[in-house]
Write a protein of this length. Structure first.
Length: 138
């Protein structure tokens, strides 16, 4: 998988900020050298595991994180969907979707990712439901 500049992170945490209107904004804190970068959950395009590491990707950069994909799935919420054991994606990076082998789905990602991901057979029905309303809260 091609990634942008990969930045080493010490630790990632999830925290909640409350705006003046009472709306909640969720962030993932990325520790970078002596800085703490709050990454808004809605800016995360993809989370994935590769070669024993976990990453989150935004339009600007890719960060190594210490959380498991299960933990990231909970942090990212309904704007993201775990399509298989390796990937959690945002609807924002989907370019096209194709049927593959009965009920499996093949997702073509937008630039700059230029790759295809497979939605597991077990998750394909829930994925199609999620696509109709990714903003739905459970």
């Amino acid at each position: 998988m091609q990634t942008k500049d990969t930045t080493q992170v010490k630790k990632v945490k999830n925290f909640e900020l409350t705006t003046g209107t009472g709306d909640k904004c969720f962030h993932i804190l990325v520790y970078l050298r002596d800085e703490i970068l709050p990454i808004r959950v809605d800016r995360v395009l993809m989370a994935y595991a590769e070669n024993g590491f976990r990453f989150i990707t935004t339009k600007e950069a890719t960060f190594i994180v210490s959380y498991s994909l299960n933990e990231l799935e909970k942090m990212l919420g309904n704007l993201h969907f775990r399509i298989n054991r390796q990937y959690i994606i945002s609807y924002q990076i989907i370019s096209k979707i194709y049927f593959k082998e009965n009920t499996k789905l093949n997702i073509e990602l937008r630039e700059p990712f230029n790759q295809n991901l497979l939605v597991s057979k077990r998750k394909s029905t829930n994925f199609r439901e999620w696509l109709t309303n990714p903003f739905k809260t459970t």
